[in-house]
Design a protein around this ligand. Structure first.
Ligand SMILES: [Zn+2]
Length: 105
């Protein structure tokens, strides 16, 4: 009968090992992953701006400003026109033909 009692001691030790070491470790890892997910989710929400080319092309959206083609006199939308910077000033043309003509003139 005392043999069985002699085999018992290891169990409480294992339990203590789990309670005092493994469980806190798992809790720590779990909380760390939760915090990381929260931070990543927060970042993903803060910077959802996939517009790296928006700064490069400061054009007015379709139906924006109307500019007069200096070659043929047609009014063209700044969003749909052919642009060319002449002397630091942006010129708007209805087509590449007009743009090239202005270049010559
Ligand atoms: Zn034109």
């Amino acid at each position: 009968m005392e043999r069985g009692a002699g085999k018992l001691p290891p169990r409480p030790m294992i339990r203590a090992f789990f309670v005092e070491f493994v469980f806190p470790l798992l809790l720590f890892l779990f909380l760390r992953s939760v915090v990381r997910n929260l931070i990543q989710g927060y970042r993903g929400r803060v910077q959802p701006q996939p517009q790296p080319f928006a700064r490069q092309a400061p054009k007015v959206p379709a139906g924006g400003e109307l500019k007069k083609d200096p070659v043929c006199g047609t009014y063209v939308s700044t969003a749909a026109s052919v642009t060319r910077t002449v002397g630091g000033q942006v010129m708007y043309f209805c087509s590449e033909e007009c743009r090239d003509k202005y270049k010559v003139a």
